[in-house]
Design a protein. Structure first.
Length: 320
């Protein structure tokens, strides 16, 4: 029995917006919120991101067969990204515009020579709240959709979820949102695992570390039987981090797998999880040395890749 491997990747690419249009009186203006986000900086960012996948191909021997992305502005940036030479014309994408207040979404890139999209949809969330100091006045809050793609890899069906949960800022407000969203994901996962033999993979920026209570809750059904495995728990214990807040290392970016990926006779079998923290993606010196080389630090343009490292899992492919 011969075997090779496939890579599944998740990458929060830090505000991938098209360049801001120069303001013309009387016309609307696209606005990224990024200081002096022009054509040159945008193209440089695309080159940076393509370099990440070039490094991955060099180190791992191949490009990922699926890539979950976060902080994507719209279809235009995905079109531009897959046209980069590193992707060799082999990649397509799935993306839906969400109601996120920052205008960033999740997306899936996939190698169309290996993956067929059977179906795709989103899970959307609108949260209502009472505005402080205004009696009887309610507001609404929106966040990124969860992207769900049902795909075929050879003869097997995989359900891919791409997530970017509400941030740690304003945590008193956002913690209950993350709890609610993770419960919805769990219910969707339980339904898929009950009704079919299909695999489930969650790729995302959860804005929680692996040992958080709500992340642990996600892994078990109501009868305390484990339904999902999180291989990034071990990496967090080993102090492998994908992003940082001040001096604190965080592993918010994770890939979580159903039991299919651990089955003895599965076509795709889990082998390894990794934070892809290549030296090229790290800040070389100064107080941020060793941390992700980001595009912006506040309003200051640095010209790096992202404020997150990509994460990946290696899957052994069995050819019976």
């Amino acid at each position: 029995m011969k075997s090779h491997k496939e890579l599944a990747v998740f990458y929060n690419v830090e505000n991938l917006f098209p360049p801001d249009e120069k303001f013309v009186k009387g016309e609307s203006k696209k606005f990224s919120g990024l200081k002096k986000w022009n054509e040159w900086r945008y193209k440089h960012k695309l080159q940076r991101l393509s370099h990440v996948f070039g490094l991955m191909k060099h180190e791992k021997g191949e490009l990922p067969f699926i890539i979950g992305l976060a902080e994507i502005a719209d279809n235009t940036v995905l079109e531009d990204l897959i046209q980069q030479p590193v992707f060799d014309g082999r990649y397509a994408y799935v993306h839906y515009d969400s109601l996120d207040e920052r205008g960033v979404d999740t997306a899936l890139l996939y190698d169309k020579t290996k993956i067929d999209i059977i179906d795709s949809d989103t899970i959307s969330f609108i949260f209502e709240f009472e505005e402080d100091g205004v009696d009887g006045v309610d507001g609404v809050d929106t966040t990124r959709d969860i992207l769900h793609c049902k795909v075929r890899y050879r003869e097997d069906i995989l359900n891919i979820f791409v997530l970017h949960l509400p941030s740690k800022r304003d945590d008193g407000i956002n913690q209950p949102k993350r709890d609610y969203i993770l419960n919805e994901v769990k219910e969707k996962t339980l339904a898929l695992l009950k009704d079919s033999r299909e695999a489930v993979m969650l790729l995302g920026d959860f804005n929680e570390n692996p040992y958080a209570e709500n992340m642990n809750f996600l892994l078990y059904n109501d009868g305390s039987e484990k339904i999902l495995e999180n291989p990034f728990s071990k990496l967090y214990h080993e102090r492998k981090f994908s992003t940082f807040y001040s001096k604190q290392g965080l592993l918010f970016d994770q890939i979580i797998l159903s039991g299919y990926f651990y089955g003895q006779n599965s076509l795709l079998k889990f082998e390894k999880a990794e934070v892809f923290a290549h030296n090229d993606l790290r800040t070389r010196d100064g107080k941020y040395q060793g941390k992700p080389f980001r595009t912006y630090a506040g309003t200051r343009y640095l010209g790096g890749y992202s404020d997150h490292f990509p994460v990946l899992v290696e899957l052994k492919v069995s050819n019976h």
